[in-house]
Design a protein around this ligand. Sequence first.
Ligand SMILES: Nc1ncnc2c1ncn2[C@@H]1O[C@H](COP(=O)(O)OP(=O)(O)O)[C@@H](O)[C@H]1O
Ligand SMILES: O=C(CO)[C@@H](O)[C@H](O)COP(=O)(O)O
Length: 588
Amino acid sequence: MADNDLFLGFDLSTQQLKGIVVKADLKLVFEAKVDFDADLRKYGITKGVLTNPSEGEIFAPNNMWLEAFDLVLQRLKAQGLDFSRIAGISGAGMQHGTVFWSTDAEKIMSSLNPAKTLVEQMGPEHSNEAGGVFSHPHSPNWQDASTQKQCEIFDLHLGSPGRLAMVTGSKAHHRFSGPQILRFRTKYPEHYKKTARISLVSSFIASIFMGKIAPIDIGDVGGMNMWDVSKGRWQEDLLALVAGEDGSEGLKEKLGPVPEDGGETLGPISPYFVHRFGFRKDCAVIVCTGDNPSTILALPLQASDAIVSLGTSTTFLMSTPQYQPDPSYHFMNHPATAGLYMFMLCYKNGGLAREHVRDAINDLESSEDANIWAAFNRTLLSTPALGQKDSSKDNARIGLFFPRPEIVPNVKAGSWRYLWNSTSKDLKPVEPGTDSWPSATADARAIVESQFLSLRLRSHNLVHPQRTETGKLLPAQPRRVYLVGGGSNNDAIAKIAGEVLGGSEGVFKLDIGGNACALGSAYKAVWGCRREGRETFEDFVEARWKEEDFVKRVADGYTEGVFEQYGNALTGFEMVENEVIRIAAQGS
Ligand SMILES: Nc1ncnc2c1ncn2[C@@H]1O[C@H](COP(=O)(O)OP(=O)(O)O)[C@@H](O)[C@H]1O
Ligand SMILES: O=C(CO)[C@@H](O)[C@H](O)COP(=O)(O)O
């Protein structure tokens, strides 16, 4: 067995494409990225996407992604990567986005000229037009909020949102592919008719590298609202709803098969990449999955471990053998191990919402610190928990900050600030710039706290009391909290994560490259190529895992007193959310 082999993993997410290369022992050797705003702004995007606010639409140009793949491979080559050493490739794509392929797609992809770029041949170059391999030029983005009507129909189609969640793992969500495809079919009937196949972003990545349309992944299919998780097949009534008069058989053909094995080799890489970049002919393309399922593959998770992904979105992930769906969260198949599930909470207002507060503080303080987060962090750490100098007397400051319409809870964009009295349970709205809520500075602590309070509130059924090394029994909380994604670089945010969420062993981050999601997909490539017989992903990674090299403890977890203070504030937080939902309902 050649130990010269390398394995390539991708993460195609909202704002960038990352490519990373690991050895068979899982050690990182190369890493490159394409930042869409910095490198491909010619597509007219901001923060990686195009928007049509009048309809709540958010989408990304497929051609931009094609160009990004060419660029990221060139950047890896410039670093000295010898592509003939790559034995396997896998990838992770932002969840829920759909790519609509034309009837010419496979013909074009099978005869690409290695002297030309992908975008030159697959889509009208540098444009947002349909054509080439795509029946529509755009992929709806997970931040899209244009499908409220379709979601209402979906939620009732099997009887109730609870029933839909029981069958598919989630109630209807704006960004889920089922409601998105239903809207696409009715808004663009001609494009729908010309669509030969539909991919998720993950299977789009595999398709590019195979040169033909790849199947959808068993983990990522749970982000569509059309897959019956327990039965392991498409849910016929939901397919019929989406397909309408065009018929569900046609839709099933467009969606294609869903292999049960997440480690399956789909085929060798297409000759285009062999000739253009020097990949070897037998380089295996392993099933690609969603960015969140891929993130849970970057760490050997134990029971009660939680991952908080602080990317553009905030997601909270756990791996569990229990399938306990509920309309307020998501359950999906584990991407590698049958019988395990991924529990997920997903918030639209993560990194970008924190950036708004950061920018307001920088403006206020005219901060010229080279670290753009310095003033935000100073404010965050110098403000007491919940803004209470004395938690027995002072009101708690609780706010919600949603520059974009939110998923959890499903409300329109807005900011809301309240003072909550924990004794009288009295809730009072408050304006920023007053003594009790001093300008943007109070927002720094409040936004980070509210993001973590929401995670704690909704994950309490999945965590259990933890025993410390000295045998002391701690209240229900995660064993470890692992932070990943861009925000995991921020130690001040890590400290608040530990204070609010706990973690009997503390708060950790991956110490091997900045990107858990791409790492997870590279690990999946190694596992897919090198597993022996029925060796599970968990056993495979565990055997190669070097704790001291791979993760770093970045903050304390459970801190007696403050953990209980936040536990108490959950009641106030829930009251704030209910108030905001009530106000939103009045306004609509
Ligand atoms: N030092 C930092 N402190 C706080 N947030 C950060 C820091 N560095 C990056 N981020 C946040 O990370 C986000 C991008 O996260 P990343 O995981 O790279 O993106 P994506 O969701 O596109 O995969 C940015 O929106 C930014 O707000
Ligand atoms: O919609 C979800 C999960 O349901 C998002 O988590 C997307 O999968 C993309 O996230 P980023 O990695 O770009 O933050």
